[in-house]
Design a protein around this ligand. Sequence first.
Ligand SMILES: NC(=O)c1ccc[n+]([C@@H]2O[C@H](COP(=O)([O-])OP(=O)(O)OC[C@H]3O[C@@H](n4cnc5c(N)ncnc54)[C@H](O)[C@@H]3O)[C@@H](O)[C@H]2O)c1
Length: 363
Amino acid sequence: MSRTIEVKAKSGSYEIRVGRDLLKEVPAYMKELQLGSRVFVIGDTHTRMFVEQLEHFLINGGFETRTSTITAGEGSKNLNTVRQLYSECADAGLDRKSVIVAVGGGVVGDVAGFVAATYLRGLKFIQVPTTVVSQVDASIGGKTGVDLKEGKNLVGAFHQPSLVVCDLDLMESLSQREFNSGLAEVIKYGLIADEKLFAELEKRLAHKPVTLDSETIVRCAQIKAEVVATDERETLGYRAILNYGHTIGHAIEAVAGYGNVLHGEAISIGMVAAAMLSHDRLQFPGRDVKRIHDLFAGVGLPVKLPRSLQTPVAIKKLVKTMLLDKKTQDGKFQFVLLEKIGKARIGQEISADEVEKILERLV
Ligand SMILES: NC(=O)c1ccc[n+]([C@@H]2O[C@H](COP(=O)([O-])OP(=O)(O)OC[C@H]3O[C@@H](n4cnc5c(N)ncnc54)[C@H](O)[C@@H]3O)[C@@H](O)[C@H]2O)c1
């Protein structure tokens, strides 16, 4: 049994299927969509087993299949990997009707999506996300791309997938830390768009071991799909709502060193800080700041700066890093803040001093 969500992007609509044991259904879905019969499946060294399973299902379904696995991790999200994959596309004889399938987390999705967006000026593309982050966020919305040594996600293209298949079973092999990190994005959806989801998460995440169900993934995917349908290319400013907690989070990731603090861990701290700023600026209730703090802390996510970033010097460095970010205007930050749980307000101007004071309270 799967649930279907439609993403009504201006450049074309597509479906997200959510459920369990869906990997084996991919060939049938591809036939429904009348996609070509030559398929290039791309995964990474941690999702190789799913790549091999999918290859088996595709061959049984009459598809001609080629596979490749890139080295796991953000370090592979670069143009060298893309160049290598282009060569493999050529070697496999891919043509305009061929299909690229990404089986992995956001790194695989972003890289494989970029290859699909650019090889032969664009091939059809399917996402089979295997992390929490990729199931609820990265696989939906058509942002593809790679990092340069000068910065993250500096090269890319918008290229919507033809289909997204979220199979919850594929997340069972995730490490506890990766799983928890992904929960930060799930909680974010409750905070920015759905009070009921937030309240449900308070109950669900209190039970250990923490699990996610299809209904939660569906709700998150629906919210992302709505944002994408409203502001596909981030030209209206609305898509920025997804950046709640990210201004401070990105700086923490950069200053702590990518990989030392995971993305979800960094935005967990960023979301607590943004809730405190919301309290100061928008009369967001103090008791709800506490609920947010307690929910993140309850699933083992950090709610204070990492020890190495707790010194006055490190806090100044965080603010300086934020000022260098392309999203600042005239030395002021554009924050997403909360009016209440489930309702975010974009474009809130916050000064560097205010941010510094909030960070000082997170030690
Ligand atoms: N395109 C978008 O809209 C968008 C949105 C959010 C994030 N992103 C990008 O996504 C990336 C982060 O995504 P992520 O958190 O999924 O990172 P990731 O792809 O690096 O995956 C995290 C780790 O989990 C491993 N892994 C993946 N699936 C697994 C599984 N089922 N079992 C065991 N291990 C598994 C990976 O190999 C990796 O080591 C970043 O590069 C970010 O920029 C893109």
